[in-house]
Ligand binder design. Structure first.
Ligand SMILES: NC(=O)c1ccc[n+]([C@@H]2O[C@H](COP(=O)([O-])OP(=O)(O)OC[C@H]3O[C@@H](n4cnc5c(N)ncnc54)[C@H](OP(=O)(O)O)[C@@H]3O)[C@@H](O)[C@H]2O)c1
Length: 166
């Protein structure tokens, strides 16, 4: 099954200056626990944005897509198309997670490559240069699986929604 995981602000913002915008440890923990032991596919810019001490993402097979046929990097497997990256693991017992960024999310949704999504919706808007694409919600069932209040470590409240393709 191909899944997508993302955290979006109420204005659909997901990033700025090739970095994350907010610091929400509880959501980062959800991301890590959900993706651990699985395959994560990301765009080359997202890969580059991960700080050295967290890259590659631990306990996950890190897969990077780039149109640059000479791209290689330590700690990741590279493919030139998103379809190739997905199909390389289609018989793998692990789940495949599309983990962004903006270009990769848009391509995957526009080309109907996703079966399930975990979308963290943060109750705040942010200045950004990268956004999560609009998608037709009528094609998905959704349920809220987490409702996290603001607390001393998490300056914004958020809810996690699980979307499953109808
Ligand atoms: N809030 C969240 O949950 C979340 C999650 C992930 C990332 N982000 C944020 O998103 C931003 C990065 O997103 P982005 O849109 O700038 O970049 P991106 O999607 O991470 O990566 C774009 C790169 O991927 C490659 N690429 C794109 N489409 C491709 C295709 N169809 N086939 C093969 N390769 C393809 C290209 O690499 P080459 O240039 O090498 O060809 C392109 O430059 C950052 O700010 C990051 O912090 C947020």
């Amino acid at each position: 099954m191909v899944k997508l995981i993302v955290a979006i602000a109420s204005n659909r913002a997901i990033g700025k200056d090739n970095d994350l915008i907010w610091h929400l440890p509880a959501d980062m923990c959800f991301f890590t626990e959900t993706t651990k032991g699985n395959i994560v596919i990301m765009g080359r810019r997202n890969w580059n944005s991960i700080p050295d001490k967290y890259r590659p993402l631990s306990d996950r097979l890190n897969v990077v897509v780039s149109r640059d046929t000479s791209f290689t990097d330590e700690g990741c497997v590279a493919y030139n198309t998103i379809e190739e990256a997905i199909s390389a693991y289609k018989n793998d017992p692990r789940d495949t997670y599309i983990i962004g960024g903006g270009q990769i999310y848009k391509y995957a949704l526009d080309h109907d490559l996703i079966d399930q999504m975990y979308i963290t919706k943060i109750d705040a808007s942010f200045d950004a240069d990268t956004f999560f694409p609009e998608f037709d919600e009528s094609g998905w069932t959704s349920e809220m699986i987490m409702d996290h209040p603001t607390d001393e470590k998490n300056p914004h409240s958020f809810k996690v929604w699980k979307y499953t393709k109808k």
